[in-house]
Design a protein around this ligand. Structure first.
Ligand code: IMP
Length: 427
């Protein structure tokens, strides 16, 4: 089977970009299936660190055709900026395609994201303010604009007029802000149409043919199961399905093609934005994790909230995604700790539970039940073979496998491409 999926198993920022980068060189296609430029992955372009938000990480691998799938929301301004940035750095981007069914993030979505967040006050979600939620909301209320609409500009303008009449009413009457000008937007999108048109395709047909022809296809996830619209800590979630199920609906491919489903798990937990976070360490340990792990948001620069590994969350990710493998990242960050707690259950109102409650109120009452591991206090970044890892480090790794009933196939022990220990071939 030739369909590979990479997803996050926690709250995002697990290091998916690195593993996608490792796999992309062996792929014929790299496809994003959900989210938009709320994601952020750091890539090294000609020795220079660059942060990409919308383009698939695989864009650096010239042998793979990169596809922005139907389930993605596309901010065309960001897309054109990222393309220009790569070109400026001497990279070709003629291996990029965009689904005609992907939705466009319009300037009013970004405006509404900020307005809605400020209206929520203390209950704000802590979104990336990229217009993700408002764009998906319009998709489901059926007033969204799709990339393919640009091909028929008169039709696009008709749809824009309809959407704008609704959006401007909200912007002016609810928020007392200035409306968006139809002519201005229509003119800007004429330029966008010209720039994007050569890349717009029926991505579903393309990827189905590729899979039927046994080509290697990598579906690159953004965010993670705890930010999933259905299974995450709703409403503190993103507005899409970052789980493997999201590939099926977000690209339009059959489940039978997806049996290499790789979950990326960071050796501890981080979260950006608001919402419950049971193992959070608002103390010196949390600060130490943040500094050692460089835990600052790639998209917004916000310091990430840090805490211990929550295996209830990771086990849920294994179940929901049907993970065949785990990739463990940033285990080197834990090297300096004497004792390392791992959450193996929760106390809720005096009872031990091992699943995640659906309400925020209950999640906020959870107390973590920890199992404590001895640390290893030794630099492991140069180790390339599993056997050479310190015994205590191996105990930590093996417990994760046992608890989640999922094998760990790659262990990342440092940020560079080659800082990996491979225990099972992923391809
Ligand atoms: P939105 O996706 O911008 O609507 O934000 C909703 C929530 O998801 C916020 O808590 C964000 O911080 C979080 N979020 C969105 N994308 C990412 C990501 O790529 N990594 C980590 N958190 C994210």
């Amino acid at each position: 089977m030739s369909g590979y999926v990479v997803v996050g198993t926690q709250w995002g920022d697990e290091g998916k970009g690195k593993i996608v980068d490792v796999l992309a060189s062996k792929m014929d296609y790299v496809v994003r299936f959900q989210g938009g430029n709320n994601a952020g992955h750091t890539v090294v372009v000609n020795g220079k660190k660059t942060i990409l938000h919308l383009l698939p990480s695989g864009i650096l691998s010239k042998n793979a055709l990169c596809v922005i799938g139907p389930g993605v929301v596309v901010d065309p301004y960001v897309l054109l900026e990222e393309i220009a940035l790569l070109k400026k750095n001497g990279l070709e981007v003629d291996h990029l395609r965009i689904s005609d069914r992907a939705h466009l993030i319009m300037p009013y979505h970004i405006k509404l994201d900020a307005l809605e967040e400020s209206k929520l006050g203390n209950h704000k979600i802590g979104t990336t303010k990229r217009g993700i939620g408002p764009c998906y909301a319009d998709k489901y209320t059926r007033i969204g604009l799709r990339v393919g609409d640009l091909k028929d500009y008169d039709y696009f303008k008709e749809r824009l007029a309809q959407a704008l009449s609704i959006k401007n009413e909200i912007i002016t009457k609810v928020y007392g802000e200035r409306p968006f000008d139809f002519d201005e937007l229509a003119n800007e999108f004429l330029k966008i149409k010209e720039a994007l048109e050569p890349m717009i395709i029926d991505a579903t047909a393309l990827i189905n043919k590729a899979l039927a022809d046994n080509k290697q296809v990598l579906f690159e996830g953004a965010q993670a199961n705890m930010l999933d619209i259905n299974y995450g800590s709703y409403p503190y979630v993103t507005s899409s399905s970052p789980t493997s199920g999201g590939v099926i609906t977000g690209v339009g491919v059959a489940p039978k093609y997806l049996n290499n489903i790789i979950g990326v798990v960071k050796a501890y937990s981080t979260r950006v934005g608001e919402g419950p976070f049971t193992c959070e360490q608002l103390n010196a340990d949390g600060d130490k994790l943040r500094e050692a792990g460089g835990e600052y948001g790639a998209t917004t620069g916000r310091p990430r909230r840090c805490g211990w590994l929550d295996l209830i969350v990771v086990r849920q990710a294994c179940e929901i995604n049907g993970l065949s493998d785990l990739v463990l990242t940033k285990i080197d960050v834990l090297s300096d700790f004497e004792k390392i707690p791992v959450c193996v259950g929760y106390m809720l109102d005096g009872k031990m539970i091992d699943t995640i409650p659906s309400t925020i109120a209950a999640c906020e009452r959870l107390k973590p039940v920890y199992k404590y591991f001895d640390g290893w206090q030794e630099d492991i970044a140069k180790i390339r073979s599993y056997d050479e890892l310190p015994v205590n480090c191996k105990k930590y790794i093996e417990f994760i496998e046992e608890f989640t009933n999922t094998r760990i196939s790659l262990i990342s022990v440092g940020p560079d491409r080659e800082n990996n220990i491979i225990t099972h071939d992923l391809i």
